[in-house]
Each structure stands twice: as C-alpha cells, then as structure tokens.
Design a protein around this ligand. Structure first.
Ligand code: PMP
Length: 361
C-alpha cells in the first residue's frame, strides 16, 4: 500500500465544494435561486461575440488577453499591465494561494466567508485559519489578532457571500494598513458591481504593495457558465501569477464574450438597478413574515429562520413548489437560507411560498 501515489498532505482534508443544485427530482423547470446568478443573463453583445469566436476555433487563443485587459482597464480606469485574467475568479484565488502560500504557512479566512479560501489553502499545503465574524460581519480586529509570522494571505470578500454584509472602505483600509507587509490581503469583489459607486478595492490594490483585488464575470455580468474572472494589483504580483498560470487559460469565446460584456455598461447599470429594487422588495416581504435578513449589498439575501430545523423544513417546502434556494450550513449558518434575487416573478413566487410555509398566505 505504501508505494501507491499519495496526494500532498492536506488535500484529503478538503471538503468537496457543494455547488448550488439545479434540479429537483420530479419537478420540471424549477426556479434556481441557489447560485447568485444574474436572472437577466449577459449582455446580447456578449452572446454575439461568443458566437463569432467560433470562426477562430482552429487557432490558439491569446496568451496575454490584451484586448480583454484593455476593455477592463478602460471601464475601470486601471492600468492594463496590472490586470490578470483567469477561468473564473476561482482560478485567480487558487493562483494566489499557489504562489504565495504553502506548507508551514497560514491562510486567514472569515467565519462566514467563501468556501474556496480554505480549499485553496489546503490545496497548496497551507493551514486555513478561520476567524470569527461579529454579527455576520467581517471583524477587522479579530483578523488582526489572528495574524502570526506564519500568516501568508488574508482573504475577505466585500460584499461578503453568503451574508451580504459589507465593510466600509475605511475599515478595509485600516486592515490593509495594520497588516504586516509580508501578508497579502486579497479583496474579493465578486459582488462589487452590485454596489453603486464601489471600486471593489481597486484604490487599495493600487496603493498598497500587498493588496490584491479579484473580480468576476459570473455574477452581474451573467457569464457564470463561461468561467471568466480577473485580478488587479501590484505589478510584482501580476508578474508572478502570469508565470504560473496556464498560458491558454481563456478560450477565444471567453475572451470575446467578456470583452463585449465589459463594454456594455448600460446592461450592468440596468441589472444593478433591478437587483436593488427587487432585493428591497423581497427583504421587506420576508420581514413582514418574520423572516429577517441583514441589509444585503449583493444579489442575494440571507434569510434567517428560528433554527436549523425550520430552515430545513422551509427549504424542503420550497422544493415542493419548484424553488431551489441555498442551504448554508457549510458556511456555519444552518439556520439560514441564501436566496438569490431572481426576476420579478421569481421573487414573488419565493415570497408567496415562504408565506404559505409560515401559514400566512
Ligand atoms: N468569490 C465569491 C465571494 C463568490 O461568491 C464566488 C462565486 N460563488 C466566487 C468568488 C467565484 O466566482 P467565479 O469563480 O465564478 O468567478
């Protein structure tokens, strides 16, 4: 037995990532509100660009994603040389861990933070260190007191998934300033576009040599199925990531669709406004039923129930109504359900179903 191939230590400690379900046995066409997808889909321009890319399938794609980086840089007012693109922001998170964390090191993530952070840490042999939140909010002081000389990376998402809560820029900057410079602070802005006027941490990633921002086309850009993300930060870090990433990590279709999607900011503004309107409506409708949530800054709300049993019963009932939401026990929130903001009809259906579950229909 001893001579069989053995995975690196730490890998078998990884809990498999549970993606949002998309099917319910026996239910045709369920409404999927479990993966924070944009119910309005991508810009038409992105779909058209994707289809046009079929003409180049015999050619290798660009290795440097110059056209996509140029579009991102123009829209965000950033330096294209400080941008790196990947297959979803998941790839960027993993590249950061591969390059900057490893055996003997620690990677800090927050109590109710995104599950990819401990997965990435263990995948590279580092030790994930979970820091408690305060009332479902990232706690800067708790993070700072968990930092040791072994700390290599601190991951925070802002807004945070699955809580929907957000740290003020001043709090994030306090963290950036207080961290020892050998520690990288990764600001995951997967939901940043849902916050009007928020730069996702771009200024901090411009000014601090140890701050890096990640972003995605999977959420407001409606391209989760295509797998495109990007990162922005100090040139030295971008240079390191470019050395280890797969040179052809994005296909023609991914590059073309993402570039067109980035250039259609009118679509993004419409999606942001519609999400804000429906999120406010759904949060108020559920609060009227006694199901409360923290003010959310993302495209989902975290609905709190009396306990895990009630959340589970509600989830089961919603399934019978053809509605798929997300149980978040693996995020340390077994008494909650995360509900993605769908289109108007989906929001009305989920509110009506929860009212029926509560006996208040
Ligand atoms: N960060 C956060 C906070 C997320 O919620 C997600 C998606 N669930 C991601 C990163 C990864 O997104 P993607 O790999 O699709 O870009």
């Amino acid at each position: 037995m001893n001579d069989l191939p053995r995975p690196q230590p730490g890998i078998m400690g990884i809990d498999l990532y549970e993606g949002g379900a998309s099917q319910i046995a026996g239910v045709a066409n369920p409404v999927k509100l479990s993966s924070n997808e944009n119910p309005f889909g991508p810009s038409d321009a992105a779909k058209e660009a994707y289809l046009r890319a079929v003409h180049d399938l015999h050619r290798y794609p660009s290795t440097d994603h110059a056209s996509l980086r140029a579009a991102i840089a123009e829209v965000h007012g950033l330096d294209p040389d400080r941008i790196v693109c990947g297959t979803g922001s998941d790839e960027i998170l993993l590249l950061l861990a591969q390059a900057y964390a490893g055996p003997g090191g620690e990677v800090i993530h927050t109590e109710h933070g995104f599950l990819m952070y401990p997965i990435a840490a263990r995948a590279v042999g580092a030790t994930p260190v979970k820091v408690p939140d305060r009332d479902r909010r990232v706690d800067v002081d708790a993070i700072l007191s968990a930092v040791t000389e072994r700390t290599q990376i601190v991951f925070i998402a802002n807004p945070n998934n699955p809580t929907g809560t957000m740290l003020d820029e001043s709090e994030v900057e306090r963290l950036a300033r207080a961290l020892p410079t050998h520690v990288m602070l990764v600001l995951d802005g997967a939901y940043a576009e849902y916050v009007e006027g928020f730069d996702g941490g771009a200024r901090l990633a411009t000014e601090y040599p140890n701050v890096f921002m990640t972003r995605t086309f999977s959420k407001i850009y409606g391209l989760g199925g295509l797998r495109i993300g990007w990162g922005y930060g100090p040139r030295a870090i971008v240079d390191v990531l470019n050395r280890i990433r797969n040179p052809f990590n994005l296909s023609h279709g991914q590059i073309a669709a993402a570039e067109a999607a980035m250039r259609d900011q009118a679509h993004i503004a419409r999606c942001r406004a519609e999400n804000a309107r429906l999120r406010a409506w759904l949060a108020a409708a559920l609060a009227d039923l006694g199901v409360h949530s923290d003010p959310s800054h993302g495209n989902f709300i975290l609905a709190r129930f009396a306990d895990a049993a009630e959340a589970g019963q509600c989830d089961d009932y919603l399934k019978t109504q053809g509605l798929i939401v997300r149980r978040v026990g693996s995020y340390g929130l077994p008494h909650c359900l995360r509900i993605t903001i769908g289109d108007e009809s989906a929001c009305r259906r989920v509110a009506a179903a929860i009212a029926a579950f509560k006996g208040k229909a």
